[in-house]
Design a protein around this ligand. Sequence first.
Ligand SMILES: [Zn+2]
Ligand SMILES: [Zn+2]
Length: 284
Amino acid sequence: MPRLGRKAQGGKLSWITTIFMVLFHIGAIAALFMFTWKALACAVVLWVLANNVGIGMAYHRLLTHRGYRVPKWLEYAMTVCATLALEGGPIFWVSLHRVHHQLSDHEGDPHTPHEGGWWAHVGWILSGDSLNAETDALARYVPDLTRDRFYVWLSRFHWVPLVVAGLVCFAVAGWPGLFWGIFLRTTLGLHATWLVNSATHMWGSRRFQTRDDSRNNWWVALLTGGEGWHNNHHAHPVSARHGLKWYELDPNYYGIWLLKKLRLAREVKIAQYDPHNPRPAGAA
Ligand SMILES: [Zn+2]
Ligand SMILES: [Zn+2]
């Protein structure tokens, strides 16, 4: 069992991560002084690729929970998109998220607001241990990924696609393209994902009596393409669909639905909302 959580890690800072995060935030502010429409287009395209196709559809619903299947070439391509979010490689992201589901809001959860809202939002990222140490312990959570040489390679060089994307943005839209497509877009995207770890374990409504404090939060869902229906998700982690009612917008699921229509996605698992049985199987 990896030693995760604020108590276990002691709050030491990882200087490399902290310096990068500070630089990206400074770059994000600088971007606001150099707007062009082309630069905005770079940011929007990369947002959809990194946060929707990458984090939501690939890292989370495909690799972590195996809520559906796609051909290997597409799985790899979507996973490369996820690295554009600067949230680490697939082995790191998926193993920590599997630990989060196993221990949600209990001791050992890498990012529970029980140890502070700031800790759950970003503190755990800036603390070195969850990123560097415990790698062997975390690898046990992802045997499906550590067996795959491409994922091992991509986990080591997860920053390469972002560098390439930066060069493309610069070629297409100059300095504003670089600052909007990389620094501003990545920084806002990080906060959107982090809100799933912080806000949706603190604020929102609870449809299901799960063992954790997960909530359904509509504004986090809007920012993340549906990841904010987090109480639904903790109750039905394998479901590729997180918004269980028609008004619970879930663009990341619509992407998976589209892949299914294109005959690229199969075995799409979908939880049905049953108002007569709000307590899902397996929940305490
Ligand atoms: Zn959660
Ligand atoms: Zn999950």
